[in-house]
Design a protein around this ligand. Structure first.
Ligand SMILES: *Cc1c(COP(=O)(O)O)cnc(C)c1O
Length: 448
């Protein structure tokens, strides 16, 4: 494998490196017989960009290594979960130490209390927390809680925001389906879908209108405070403040889905940057240090409605899992280091600046949206402030760009509607290699 890697990276820098991936193809074909589409999460199948998906052998730092021995600089980082990069030695040793002390107790342990305290200390609006196993479960449970607490049924969400795949969230969730109130996903009854009101991101007036149309009917507004599932779309000035004011006035809850932004944009999440005090917060990805864990939390008065204190039922066999708690506990203190976010953000800014000038040089129309260590390059000539804007992107061009980048050993998310994630493991040299690859890639797709 080392030999293969060396030959893969030592080719003439100007030539497109060959990236034949026979073992990846073979493995993927075999997987397709057993796993649906050969994957366990749809985007991994590369349907939006074509070609053989990546089949990974191992990962380290900012690098993924496929089963053919090729190396890639990874700007997906497990969809943002790995803010310290892959296989950080301290996280590896925490997990392996814990493995020998038991992988699941089915009972409570000091580890989950400790991680709970880390989170409530980091995010003041989160006074109490409940650990679950995925962001989907966390968002679904937060909505159940909001409905119980307000005794109302309707939920407002924003077009292009993703809150996991539970029934009520599968309409206009960063996908192409668009009819308000109608099931966008087979298997979701219209009765469920009609309880979710979709509205454009960054449009306060539209939210006000929904409250007017449904007086006393809306339990909660759920929002990604910086949207990152239609590509990166930061909130317009006053948008989040406006949501807080409207929900307060209408006695609905404000739920921040910080599954991506929590511990990513700042240690206290997006809410600490925008100084908003949401009622409930949904977390995931980073808090598990790369293991499956998520959480929801918020005001004590609301959280106390959950069983065993209150009547809202929610449970989990593996919730608060000790391996995951140890990984989270090994991760969070590193993010508290002085200048951690400053360094991460300045690397990402370097990438954004490089991509913008690469677009200009190649004379390709595009927009680079940046928020902290999240970034999306949209192939469109208009500013992207909501889902409709994002959809003006030329996704064919994106797919061609993606493939050119992959050939050059740079892995970005295989969809126009996703963020690039920079980790602490990326070096300035990695960033510069990505910019150089983007310059070449843009030049080569120019005519497409
Ligand atoms: C990833 C994500 C989820 C879903 O988390 P899973 O662990 O994949 O179920 C929910 N909300 C947001 C904002 C996300 O990015």
């Amino acid at each position: 494998m080392a030999l293969l890697m060396a030959s893969g990276t030592m080719k003439n820098k100007d030539a497109k490196p060959e990236r034949d991936r026979p073992r990846s193809s073979e493995t993927f074909e075999r997987g397709k017989k057993t796993l649906v589409g050969g994957v366990n999460s749809p985007v991994r199948a590369f349907r939006a960009v074509g070609g053989t998906p990546l089949v990974i052998d191992h990962a380290k730092g900012a690098r993924l290594f496929d089963v053919d021995g090729h190396e890639y600089i990874d700007f997906v980082c497990s969809w943002g979960a790995l803010i310290l990069g892959h296989a950080h030695p301290d996280i590896v040793s925490a997990i392996s130490d814990q493995a020998s002390r038991g992988t699941s107790f089915g009972m409570t342990s000091p580890l989950e209390i400790e991680l709970g305290e880390k989170i409530t200390n980091a995010i003041p609006s989160v006074e109490m927390v409940r650990f679950v196993n995925s962001g989907t479960e966390a968002a679904m449970s937060a909505v159940r809680l909001a409905r119980a607490f307000t005794q109302r049924d309707l939920i407002v969400k924003f077009q292009g925001c993703y809150h996991g795949h539970s029934d009520g969230f599968l309409s206009e969730a960063g996908s192409g389906l668009a009819t308000l109130g109608i099931s966008a996903s087979p298997g979701v009854p219209d009765a469920f879908a009609s309880l979710t009101l979709n509205t454009p991101y960054n449009d306060l007036e539209a939210v006000e209108n929904l409250f007017k149309q449904h007086p006393g009917g809306i339990a909660a507004v759920i929002v990604e405070p910086v949207a990152a599932n239609m590509g990166v779309v930061p909130p317009a000035s006053g948008f989040l403040e406006g949501l807080r004011a409207i929900t307060k006035k209408e006695k609905a809850l404000l739920i921040f889905d910080e599954v991506i932004t929590g511990f990513r944009l700042a240690y206290g999440g997006a809410q600490s940057i925008y100084k908003i005090d949401p009622d409930l917060t949904v977390m995931g990805k980073i808090i598990g240090g790369g293991l499956p864990v998520a959480a929801y939390g918020g005001k004590r008065e609301i959280m106390e409605q959950i069983a065993p204190l209150g009547p809202v039922y929610q449970a989990g066999t593996l919730s608060g899992n000790p391996l995951a708690m140890r990984a989270g506990l090994a991760t969070l203190p590193k993010l508290e280091a002085r200048k951690f976010y400053e360094d991460l953000n300045s690397k990402t800014k370097r990438l954004a600046d490089g991509l913008r000038s690469a677009l200009k040089e190649a004379n390709v129309q595009g927009q680079v949206n940046l928020a902290g260590s999240l970034l999306t390059m949209f192939f469109t000539d208009q500013p992207v402030r909501n889902y409709a804007d994002a959809k003006t992107s030329n996704s064919t061009r994106f797919a061609a760009f993606f493939q050119e980048m992959l050939k050059r050993g740079i892995f970005i998310a295989p969809s126009q509607y996703e963020a690039l994630f920079v980790s602490a493991a990326h070096t300035d040299a990695d960033i510069d290699r990505a910019i150089a690859a983007a310059r070449e890639s843009l030049a080569s797709i120019q005519g497409d």
